[in-house]
Design a protein around this ligand. Structure first.
Ligand SMILES: C[S@@+](CC[C@H](N)C(=O)[O-])C[C@H]1O[C@@H](n2cnc3c(N)ncnc32)[C@H](O)[C@@H]1O
Length: 461
């Protein structure tokens, strides 16, 4: 593609590209006369051959199939693992890039300059830090059953895992027990093209502090030797979910407890937590404690505050703040998580916390009417962030402080811009590395209402 002959690439084209930067989400970026190609598997300084997937008017997506000249920044890979694409960068460089990307998102997307970004908190463990792994079943070229992860960009190809270096040895052992049982029983893998077959996923969770484990097998509707499965898999809680959904998801379906405890027990900052299989729990236990520590520090509670814990999951943040507040009120959409949160308050003898099941998009106004306006709102939404409407609802609730825990700076940024426009000041942001070897970025942001209070600029009728 020289300037004279430049044509937009098409799917399947193979291009020679030099990567000049890293995009949000982790892909390398290469540019040709204003046309951008996002290259999975490329880092700045690499010269690669890359195969084009999606090709649009302004950009294309491609995958590096050969590194022609490696970047001087490349370090040797530690693990053959599709879930650890940034392991080719030194850990120090990963931390730098994550910090830069938080600042870049706030500046470029949020148009927020001169925001104080506090130093990123490095991870305690750079490998084997995940307390939850979701594996997929598939079939290899010999027709053998395998269990592992999707090959990058391949919805129908599963890379078998023998030692997942993001998981503990114990968690790996459980996956092998499940796989061996399924092989002996000659159970078939779900075929993602034909929509046939039994075995879909296995989710393995581990209490890093308690040593407890929970295994959930996800299959198509059918039968198998449940008693044999219970004997074969050495987990503290064993679940079976049957689903007839055509898409691959570990959510939904009909779940039943096969043996052991229904919830996993874990400890965070001296509190006990029960976790149902459907409920969210931060996947890096050690770093969750640090993340919540920063949220507590930013909250600056004095003991008299009413705290809203929005998107509260099993109540972890609110319950960690309860001793410093007058009252904590949590809101969460997944009902079993709310039941866990209530039970978690009870087992920790926390009496100043209430939890409600509801969609933050609809229930926030009602929550304010019932409980009164919050002094502090803690917000910890999924990666998609908050809609403009929810931000308006939060502004209407007028908390003096907002502690926003974000797992995606590119969605934090527009939410932050809207809060600033409404009269909040973005005081500071601190990134926390919950996910070493991956491009995922977590951070905590503190907003404070200005002296003139806050108001929605475009108030809805
Ligand atoms: C990133 S997790 C945070 C959970 C919790 N704060 C923690 O640290 O464990 C986001 C949570 O938001 C919940 N959620 C997603 N959409 C929601 C909605 N519309 N309303 C309320 N909660 C929602 C999810 O079920 C999940 O528990």
């Amino acid at each position: 593609m020289s300037s004279a002959t430049f044509t937009r690439p098409s799917r399947g084209d193979v291009l020679e590209l030099t990567i000049d930067s890293l995009a949000h989400g982790g892909n390398g970026v290469a540019r040709r006369e204003g046309y951008v190609v996002f290259v999975a598997g490329g880092i700045p300084g690499d010269k690669v051959r890359a195969e084009v997937g999606k090709a649009k008017k302004a950009y294309a997506e491609a995958r590096a199939i050969e590194i022609l000249e490696p970047s001087p920044e490349r370090v040797p890979e530690f693990a053959d693992h599709p879930g650890a694409p940034w392991q080719v960068l030194s850990y120090e460089r990963q931390l730098e890039v994550k910090t830069e990307q938080v600042a870049d998102a706030l500046k470029r997307i949020g148009k927020l300059d001169d925001i104080e970004i506090e130093p990123i908190v490095p991870a305690v463990e750079q490998w084997r830090y995940r307390n939850k792994l979701e594996y997929s079943f598939g079939t290899d070229e010999q027709g053998e059953l395998v269990c592992g992860f999707h090959a990058p960009g391949r919805w129908n190809e599963i890379v078998p895992m023998v030692d997942c270096k993001l998981a503990s040895e114990k968690s790996n052992e459980l996956r092998e027990q499940v796989l061996q049982f399924c092989k002996i029983e000659r159970l078939t893998a779900w075929d993602r093209k034909d929509h046939r077959g039994f075995l879909r996923n296995v989710v393995i969770r581990e209490g890093r502090r308690t040593g407890q484990t929970q295994v959930r097998l996800i299959t198509s509707p059918g039968k198998f030797d449940v008693d044999g499965f219970i004997d074969a898999v050495d987990a503290d809680g064993l679940w079976w979910t049957q689903t007839s959904d055509l898409g691959e998801s570990t959510y939904g379906g009909e779940s039943m407890l096969l043996s052991g405890a229904p919830q996993l027990t874990e400890q965070l900052n001296d509190l006990d937590f029960l976790i149902s299989p459907e409920a969210f729990f931060q996947t890096n236990t050690e770093m969750a404690e640090r993340l919540y520590g920063i949220a507590i520090e930013f909250a600056g509670l004095r003991g008299s505050e009413r705290v809203f814990d929005l998107y509260c999951g099993i109540g972890t943040i609110g319950l960690n703040m309860a001793a410093r507040a007058r009252k904590v009120i949590g809101l969460e959409i997944i009902e079993p998580a709310v039941a866990d949160a209530l039970e978690n308050a009870r087992i920790n003898e926390i009496v100043n916390a209430s939890f409600y099941a509801g969609d933050a998009r609809l229930a926030l106004r009602e929550l304010v009417e019932k409980e009164g306006k919050p002094d502090l709102a803690v917000i910890d939404p999924p990666r998609a962030g908050l809609s403009q409407k929810i931000v308006r609802r939060i502004v209407d609730a007028a908390p003096a402080r907002i502690v926003y825990v974000s797992c995606n700076p590119t969605t934090l940024a527009p939410n932050a811009a809207q809060l600033v426009e409404a009269g909040y000041k973005l005081i500071k942001v601190r990134p926390v590395d919950m996910f070493p070897q991956t491009p995922h970025i977590e951070c905590v942001a503190l907003f404070e209402a200005g002296p003139d209070g806050v108001q929605n600029p475009d108030r809805e009728a």
